[in-house]
Design a protein around this ligand. Sequence first.
Ligand code: AMP
Length: 249
Amino acid sequence: MKVLVAVKRVVDYNVKVRVKADNSGVDLANVKMSMNPFCEIAVEEAVRLKEKGVATEIVVVSIGPTTAQEQLRTALALGADRAILVESAEELTSLAVAKLLKAVVDKEQPTLVILGKQAIDSDNNQTGQMLAALTGYGQGTFASKVEVSGDKVAVTREIDGGAQTVSLKLPAIVTTDLRLNEPRYASLPNIMKAKKKPLEVLTPDALGVSTASTNKTLKVEAPAARSAGIKVKSVAELVEKLKNEAKVI
Ligand code: AMP
């Protein structure tokens, strides 16, 4: 069974992002970039399926600039077999990404496609769902457990106040939630081996996909700065402030 995993290059989660002075977007100059954390969970799940003998090949795909090869090499070091970069320097919408992934699905014919539930840069939480719609495959989003048996996959989903288990006919789309697994670290020998694994570079044109956007970002702003806290001397003062200043009681 072939598993396709989509990985996105994003600003590292430890970085405190800065908005550009002209409010046109986030300043990415000299900022540490990493694999989206939910995509790390997706890669880990695929590797575990291979270790269990369920998956036979793991193909990782990223859509982004040439530098996204770094995240693909990381995925190869974690256990993926080969990588595809769909090279695009533009900032793409989820729909454009989903259309490109659909073209890769058509080319690769995977049995299972695993994506993160959301990318921590744009927080869209759309790509997996859009890919399911474009391919017509069943979708199990926010997965905390994935079990393949025969031509079906059972996906336990994190939903408000509990868990829901759905059974999907393969091929299917799964998006990962935080509790699905704890990703491993790549070992040095595997990082070295990953340098020799195949990495194919494609373009949206070669896949016959138009990435023209229907969205336009008007403005990006940092959250309002919080004012400094104060220390109160007594419970009475606290109650007085909560009543008359904060007006919450
Ligand atoms: P989003 O819908 O943008 O929040 O992203 C959800 C998931 O879709 C991510 O965790 C990735 O698995 C996948 N994805 C989004 N953008 C890309 C991209 N440029 N390249 C590869 N995968 C992506």
